[in-house]
Design a protein around this ligand. Structure first.
Ligand SMILES: Cc1cc2nc3c(=O)[nH]c(=O)nc-3n(C[C@H](O)[C@H](O)[C@H](O)COP(=O)(O)OP(=O)(O)OC[C@H]3O[C@@H](n4cnc5c(N)ncnc54)[C@H](O)[C@@H]3O)c2cc1C
Length: 146
């Protein structure tokens, strides 16, 4: 199966990693000249990766309809993201307020892990590629047009 992911932020990168892990042939399209630009400014450049709270408490800390995320939180937990970063050589630390940061204090080291994982999974990453239209024929996506 061919999967096209639009947007190379944390969500798109994880979607691409996840789809390729299941055997899909994945293309990731990003309009900027590099992946994860916003990720680089998170946590004042340090990236507050996740929380060390048990997953059962995540929903209580989400404004609005937190229950909507219940199944996502079962599927992919705070420990799963920590394991993914560790697998790519990045350790994390726990700071006050249950906040998890990379030991490097650098959001770039988090982005580097995603990029490493995308390479390992053979995801075809195309930057400078803005999707402007999605073609649907007979209720099937036939093309995304950069
Ligand atoms: C100042 C600041 C600090 C933050 N700190 C933290 C933190 O410490 N911890 C935390 O968890 N969250 C933090 N956040 C929130 C975090 O940045 C977002 O939750 C996260 O970036 C969302 O990821 P995303 O992939 O959904 O979207 P984005 O990061 O916005 O990525 C979307 C990507 O899609 C691309 N794109 C958009 N349209 C198209 C198109 N048509 N074609 C191709 N590509 C396209 C964009 O260029 C972009 O790269 C912070 C946010 C800000 C603004």
């Amino acid at each position: 199966m061919k999967t096209v992911v639009i947007g190379g932020g944390p969500s798109g990168m994880m979607a691409a990693i996840s789809a390729s892990s299941k055997g899909d042939n994945v293309i990731l399209l990003e309009k900027e000249n590099s992946l994860g630009k916003k990720l680089l400014i998170t946590g004042k450049g340090r990236c507050n990766i996740t929380s060390s709270l048990p997953m059962s408490e995540f929903i209580n800390n989400i404004q609005g309809n937190g229950k909507f995320l219940f199944s996502c939180f079962q599927e992919f937990t705070n420990q799963d993201i920590i394991n993914l970063l560790r697998k790519n050589g990045l350790e994390v630390k726990n700071e006050r307020g249950n906040r998890i940061f990379p030991v490097t204090d650098s959001a770039k080291s988090v982005l580097d892990c995603f990029i490493k994982e995308l390479k390992e999974k053979n995801v075809n990453v195309r930057t400078n590629c803005e999707v402007t239209e999605i073609k649907v024929e007979n209720e099937e996506v036939t093309r995304s047009i950069p």
